[in-house]
Design a protein around this ligand. Structure first.
Ligand SMILES: O=C([O-])CC(=O)C(=O)O
Ligand SMILES: [Mg+2]
Length: 602
């Protein structure tokens, strides 16, 4: 499966070919010389528990097996010549069609489904059947299909993963594999992995602990690595680390696919994670990119800190989200006037996304103004489940919240915090739907001519408010963006197109930039560079429609620009190992991108 050659000449396959020849010799009747018959040639029927057989197969990508190999299958698009030379004659109906027509047909089929989850399943099915067609369809129709393979539908898919499960995707590493993680990785058919997205399923989007069913997230994120960032599918590895789940509903669910036990914590957890991190580097080398995704706060920050100095790691929820939000704010400043240093920021939610964004904004302002970070942080306030984070709470705060405990009276409710802090920018990263109430949005609108409101929690059900609510309650004055997509909304004479402030804008380009430069570490300056590159792609025309981000339909071009800036930063910081640097980084990024066009088989 790993390459285009027809025969995989591994030691194993040579051995099995020999067995096949031996087996064949037995069925030739020595007297008549006639072969055939009903003999159990390979001893499979007569095998017993103590008489094992070899489950061998010969990996020749032709004929029937070619049609079932998702990397090479082209379905009805196999040409006459290919059908002749690859033993496909008769295995396909006579018509030969183009990939374009196949895309048209699939899109038509997918549109027939009323239920998004059915569309998701049809897409997953296509990915398993014909990988190039899947990516061609996704790339050519990214705005329509992103909400299917990604948020919000992927959230529902994870919630129902056990019921819709048909074929395993990615690599599952559970507590049972302790001591054998390297072996597990070696079972994966592809050897040249460049990027891993890994979750432990404890905080899937804003949906909480979904345990092993979190696998939908690494699978979805990596589809975007390929579709949006052009990383080859064979270089992408989705991983779920199963240490149990504390979700009682799942533990009682007969279709649950994971370990039925409470989550391992402490040393047991740390040891499995460490074995994984070590095995990954041992198996794939120093330049393998590991993206942590949807870990709970208590592990996410620790893992990033622990492995940030030894591995090429990046936490999408902390750093990717931070970079995309900063990009939106940079473009808001460009069009509204003013600078980030003039703003007051209030967050609802002080977890990975909230504190990650806050820190990157503080860093950017510090770079822009030469003010020390401790000072720029004071422009940023966070509210968590206990209210405004203030210095009187310092003792009891988790470590990642401490930098945000400023001098202030305690304030319990968000709306009171809005009135007390008077933010110009309100950002929701709480994972709690409907927390930007009418009162909150109205308070923002009474304080600001153009209130900037970001409802970032995913999927749509967890969004702090809807686009309609933000525009209506602010009388059409809000500059709004959300983590999950909302349709354009008509208000008065205007149609507002809400921006999607989702890390999907950043991680594919960031990943491509890291990979193409051979970077060995992720640096905060690369996140700033990515944010600036993304903001640089927003036009006046986009902004006039209410968009703080460029449309997703141009995402490959956008990713190439982000990749180029990230790679440039990697070279500048001395963190790149692919030398010498290419002359034109944007062109180089584009030239590295995977194409879903069919190849012609000789
Ligand atoms: O997956 C998404 O849509 C964005 C994200 O990382 C999250 O919400 O955890
Ligand atoms: Mg995430």
């Amino acid at each position: 499966m790993s390459n285009g050659s027809l025969l995989m000449a591994t030691d194993e396959s040579t051995a099995t070919l020999k067995e096949m020849r031996d087996g064949y010799a037995e069925v030739v009747d020595p007297k008549s010389g006639v072969s055939g018959g009903v003999q159990d040639v390979y001893g499979e029927d007569t095998a017993t528990e103590d008489q094992p057989v070899t489950p061998w197969s010969v990996s020749v990508a032709s004929g029937y097996s070619l049609l079932r190999d998702p990397h090479h299958n082209k379905g009805l698009a196999f040409s006459e010549k290919e059908r002749n030379s690859h033993y496909l004659r008769g295995l396909l109906p006579p018509t030969v069609i183009s990939q374009e027509l196949q895309v048209k047909k699939m899109l038509h089929n997918i549109r027939q489904y009323q239920v998004p989850l059915q569309k998701y399943m049809a897409m997953m099915d296509l990915q398993e059947r014909n990988q190039k067609l899947f990516y061609k369809l996704l790339i050519d129709n990214v705005e329509e299909l992103l909400p299917i393979v990604y948020t919000p539908t992927v959230g529902e898919a994870c919630q129902k993963y056990g019921s819709i499960y048909s074929r395993p995707q990615g690599v599952f590493i559970s507590l049972k594999d302790k001591g054998k993680v390297l072996e597990v990785l070696r079972n994966w058919p592809e050897k040249n992995i460049q990027v891993i997205v890994v979750t432990d399923g404890e905080r899937i989007l804003g949906l909480g602990d979904l345990g092993c069913h979190g696998m939908g997230i690494p699978v979805g994120k990596l589809s975007l690595y390929t579709a949006l960032g052009g990383i080859r599918p064979s270089a992408c590895l989705p991983v779920t680390i199963d240490v149990g789940t504390n979700n009682e509903k799942l533990l009682d669910d007969e279709f649950y696919i994971g370990l039925r036990q409470k989550r391992a914590i402490g040393q047991e957890y740390a040891e499995l994670l460490h074995e994984f991190m070590t095995a990954v580097k041992q198996n794939y080398g120093e330049r393998i990119l590991i993206q942590f995704e949807d870990f709970a706060n208590h592990n996410a920050f620790d893992l990033l800190e622990k492995y940030g100095t030894t591995h090429l790691v990046f936490n999408d929820d902390i750093q990717g989200t931070a970079s995309v939000v900063l990009a939106g704010l940079i473009s808001a400043m460009k069009f509204l006037g003013g600078s980030l240093a003039d703003q007051r920021f209030l967050f609802l939610g002080a977890g990975e996304a909230g504190t990650g964004i806050a820190e990157l904004i503080a860093l950017e302002i510090s770079k822009q103004t030469n003010m020390p970070l401790e000072e720029t942080r004071k422009k940023i306030w966070l509210v968590d489940s206990k209210g405004l984070i203030v210095s009187s709470r310092l003792e009891s705060l988790q470590h990642f919240k401490k930098p945000w405990a400023h001098e202030h009276e305690p304030v319990k409710e968000l709306v009171d915090a809005v009135n007390a802090i008077k933010p110009t920018i309100l950002i929701g990263t709480s994972g709690q739907g409907r927390t930007f109430t009418k009162e909150v949005v109205e308070a923002m609108a009474s304080l600001n001519e153009k209130p900037i409101i970001f409802s970032l929690s995913n999927p749509t059900s967890q969004s702090e408010c809807t686009a309609e609510e933000a525009y209506t309650w602010s009388q059409g004055r809000a500059i709004f963006a959300s983590g999950s997509p909302f349709d354009p909304f008509e208000y008065g004479d205007n149609v507002f197109v809400p921006g999607q402030a989702n890390n999907a804008y950043i991680f594919p380009g960031l990943g491509l930039g890291l990979i193409m430069s051979g970077a060995i570490r992720v640096h905060d300056d690369m996140l700033l560079a990515a944010a600036e590159a993304l903001a640089g792609q927003v036009t006046q025309e986009n902004f006039d429609k209410g968009l703080l981000y460029p449309p997703f339909k141009n995402i490959r071009k956008i990713s190439a620009h982000i990749a180029a800036e990230v790679a440039a930063k990697a070279y500048e910081l001395g963190l790149a190992t692919r030398l010498p640097p290419p002359k034109d980084l944007v062109k180089y990024a584009e030239s590295c991108m995977y194409s879903p066009a069919y190849r012609t088989y000789r």
